[in-house]
Design a protein around this ligand. Sequence first.
Ligand code: OGA
Ligand code: MN
Length: 284
Amino acid sequence: MTITIDLEPLSEAVGMAVRGVDLRETLDDSTQDDLRDLFAKECVLCFPDQDITAEDQRRFAAIFGRVDTGNRGNSKKDLKKAATRGEMLVTNIRENGKPIGSLPDGEMQFHSDGAHRQVPYRATTLYGIRIPSTGGNTMFANLQAAYDALSPEIKGRIDELQTQTVYDYEAQNRSTIGSDPDLPRAQHALVKTHPVTGRKSLYLSRLMTEKILDMDHDDSETLLAELFDHAEKPEFVYSHKWTPGDLVIWDNRSTNHARTDFPPEEQRLLRRYTISDPDAPLAN
Ligand code: OGA
Ligand code: MN
């Protein structure tokens, strides 16, 4: 029996809410095909009201590519087993003063996961478990719409440019990125073509794009500032207010995401798996 999927846009900017699928179940091939098509087109999907285990989340993630394994930064020993299977907890919960997961506190500027890798993570899945009463939204910026809206003149100027990206584990905003020469870095085309849809996107972010290569430093900063501001315009952005039970998957090739601030005294806990291209080097 083929199930009926119910769709509703999350916003005018990007994203689709998907109802009518129970992610505790193994989905049939045709539903999996439909979800892959939908994901390529919509870039952000939210499946509300899911009651899923880590294993369910992994099985869902595997529909979209190779689920990453390896230690994803969970620090406590009781999480080690989970961590080696690719699970990462995004949380501010602490034991003995130390976060039990990753990306604990507060606001995070726009970025895309794995931009510091030569082959970035194709997608990220995040499952909401404990959500603060206010704030801690994840914002998604549609980089395809941002590219399309550029003037022909700017498109012509940037089409062939290459950038250097960096992942500064500690940084939550641009002012402190990249001080250490040993941080993981990669080189990327500023304009990327989506391998499934052929659509172009403006592949850059405030938190991870360090500079434009072969360009004077000041010119690079000026152009980047202009493009960051453009890519973060409200008309390209959807702000997702989490409800426990939301499973969100986003495409790191066509969207950026950021996080809004939230009260430090409230707990926030989400479970994350990333997905890579099947032939990408193994992530750790
Ligand atoms: C991530 C991330 C945002 C959030 O998991 O990669 O950026 O809202 N999370 O916690
Ligand atoms: Mn992220």
